[in-house]
Design a protein around this ligand. Structure first.
Ligand SMILES: [Zn+2]
Length: 374
């Protein structure tokens, strides 16, 4: 055990994170679906660590990569590197005292619009064991594809760009007049034009609204047109099964779907999580790295999933969004899932190989898809 303790927060050194995540061999093989003889029996048959089909790629903003090209570190499936201030004004309100923790103080540019700062932060994340990040924003959240392309080019960090729609209050008004088929067709078109590697984060409110229901149908149909994988936003786990019901009803393979923000539930038995995983969907714990107090209840749920045979359905990320969390501002930075959360898992007895499966192999299996001919 080489984790060291800073206050109450267990932290990993850069060397520790890189040693574990860069562990050769097993990850690459598992990302391709092959499992070593010795542990093949450890997984439940229903968990299904299926291999990506021939020709499957992870579509980053710059290029299509074979999954094994990203197996040298953590692949964080739900983060934010590009949002805008009007999004925050609508989400948290202009007079919310917490506003500065998200966007920073008014005297410095917003970090998600400052390429120099973002490049520095992503290079730090690479040194701390991150191989790639997925951006979960889209137009209605103020996400800027060209900013992400520039940052990826200049930092060397592979970024998967996604697209879709957030919660109902953020839907553009014209959505109301369009059918789910029309929305699906334009999503598929935009996905090709802007090199989206995922549909996400696709959101529903605490109670799914009719507009959100239409969007989930449209996203499912857009998946059928493109094979592009999907990750979602739930209001702390609410409507998780409704989301999956819609995708399943359309014939979307559950292995192409990650249901998000499931760490928002507090259920040591992980009842809903196990049901989702049993149906073949990935289960996202994607607001990690907030420290012991924020994260402690998530560890038993992840352990319950592993014990039930669903190791290969667990995904980990941080939903990075706060200016106060960047390293320039003294925060843990974009690798906080690795440096702040993985030590908690390990302290709870989760093995290095299981950690690798969740941080490297599983996200690559979600993200790898065979593009349909344009
Ligand atoms: Zn979200």
């Amino acid at each position: 055990m080489t984790a060291r303790t800073r206050g109450r927060i267990s932290m990993w050194s850069r060397r520790e994170a890189v040693r574990l995540l860069g562990l050769g061999g097993a990850g690459l093989a598992a990302a391709c679906g092959a499992r070593p003889e010795s542990d093949a029996a450890a997984e439940s048959p229903s968990a299904g660590g299926s291999s990506p089909p021939d020709g499957a790629v992870v579509r980053t903003i710059l290029e299509d990569l074979a999954p094994e090209e990203l197996s040298h570190g953590a692949v964080l499936f739900h983060e934010h590197m590009s949002l805008d201030i009007p999004f925050w004004d609508r989400l948290v309100g202009t007079d919310n005292p917490a506003r500065d923790s998200f966007i920073g103080t008014p005297d410095v540019p917003y970090f998600m619009q400052d390429a120099e700062v973002m490049i520095e932060e992503l290079q730090a994340a690479a040194r701390e064991g991150v191989a790639a990040l997925v951006d979960g924003g889209h137009a209605d959240m103020g996400r800027d594809v060209s900013f992400l392309r520039t940052v990826s080019e200049r930092s060397g960090m592979p970024i998967v760009v996604s697209g879709g729609y957030y919660t109902d209050p953020f839907h553009p008004p014209e959505l109301a007049d369009r059918t789910d088929d029309q929305i699906a067709a334009s999503l598929a078109e935009a996905a090709t034009a802007q090199r989206w590697g995922a549909f996400g984060e696709i959101a529903s409110s605490a109670e799914m609204t009719p507009g959100e229901r239409k969007v989930f149908h449209a996203i499912g149909k857009a998946h059928l047109l493109t094979n592009i994988p999907i990750f979602t936003h739930t209001a702390n786990g609410l409507e998780a099964e409704t989301q999956l019901d819609i995708f399943e009803s359309l014939g979307v393979p559950s292995g192409s779907v990650a249901i998000g923000h499931m760490g928002g539930l507090d259920d040591p038995e992980a009842t809903v999580h196990r049901r989702l995983a049993g149906r073949g969907a990935f289960v996202g714990f994607d607001r990690l790295g907030g420290g012991q107090e924020a994260d402690a209840h998530k560890v038993p749920m992840i352990r319950a999933l592993i014990e039930a045979g669903y190791l290969e359905k667990v995904l980990l990320a941080s939903d990075f969004a706060r200016a106060s969390d960047i390293q320039r501002n003294g925060g843990p930075g974009y690798a906080k899932t690795v440096t702040r959360f993985l030590p908690l898992l390990r302290d709870a007895g989760v093995t290095d190989e299981q950690i690798r499966t969740m941080t490297v192999d599983n996200p690559l299996r979600l993200l790898a898809f065979v593009p349909t001919p344009a």
